[in-house]
Design a protein around this ligand. Structure first.
Ligand code: BTN
Length: 257
């Protein structure tokens, strides 16, 4: 059913490759890319990933036929205003925008650098992997896992949620997939057109803890900071005692309450 979807997009999802079962759609998309079997915007989607991969070599486990697990192949953006980290921001704000629209009664947040949270629980994650020729970025694979119909209510240790858990009913996954591709495409076109300001402001203003005192732990212990945004290198900007400093991923851990 996913292969027949015709999203109203310019780039993302004009070509959709469906698998009932794969190890990881990111791995498969990277293989297609390396063998020149994909196009700009090709989407690889599977109903069942046997070895789904998450960030920092973690596993991404997702029940078969209940969620969305897919990857998008994207050639490197040529707009001079775009920095490499802007692809991460663009995919994150597209995903965030879609989820927030689908859940208007909930506050959907971006947990830096690219997780999507609702009510302090994770609903979606992103894994972007890059393909370089020498020093030159050629293309990226942006993998998305979105919890749709899987229930996590009896698995609180996972700290995860889904559309089903939040709304109490099952969603039409092909329709969710189509609308999500359209949201991602919308932001990707903005990126290609150099509308970096909109991508930056949508990213920053939806960050978990934006503009409010938030607790982080790091080498110096536990401290409160105000989240101010994220710079072009992807560093989180945190203010303490009126001074704003950039922090690298891994330097500090945000405490979710
Ligand atoms: C994370 O939050 O750790 C990132 C999760 C990314 C999961 C998606 S599911 C589709 C694609 N294929 C993978 O193996 N991983 C990504």
């Amino acid at each position: 059913m996913f292969a027949k979807i015709k999203p109203n997009t310019q780039i993302i999802g004009q070509n959709i490759v469906y698998f009932q079962r794969v190890d990881s759609t990111n791995t498969l998309a990277l293989d297609l890319l390396k063998n020149k079997l994909s196009e700009h915007g090709t989407v690889v989607i599977a109903d069942h990933q046997t070895s789904g991969r998450g960030q920092r070599n973690n596993e991404w486990a997702s029940h078969p036929n209940e969620n969305l697990t897919f990857s998008v192949v994207l050639e490197a953006v040529t707009n001079v205003k775009a920095h490499p980290f802007h692809l991460n921001k663009c995919i994150t704000v597209g995903l965030h925008h879609f989820i927030q629209n689908a859940l208007p009664n909930h506050s959907v947040k971006i947990k830096w650098p690219n997780d999507i949270y609702v009510n302090s629980k994770k609903i979606a994650g992103i894994l972007i992997e890059n393909n370089y020729l020498g020093q030159q970025l050629q293309a990226s694979v942006a993998g998305i896992g979105l919890n749709v119909n899987q229930s996590f209510v009896n698995f609180s240790y996972l700290n995860a949620t889904s559309f089903r858990d939040l709304q109490g009913f099952d969603y039409d996954r092909p329709l969710v997939f189509k609308l999500l591709l359209e949201a991602l495409d919308n932001y990707f076109i903005r990126l290609e057109n150099g509308d970096i300001e909109r991508i930056n402001s949508d990213f920053d203003s939806n960050l978990l803890g934006f503009g409010i005192e938030t607790t982080f732990t790091g080498a110096d212990g536990t401290e409160n900071y105000i989240v101010k945004g994220c710079d072009n290198e992807g560093r989180l900007l945190l203010e303490k005692n009126g001074i704003t400093k950039p922090y690298l991923h891994g330097e500090l851990k945000q405490i979710i309450v």
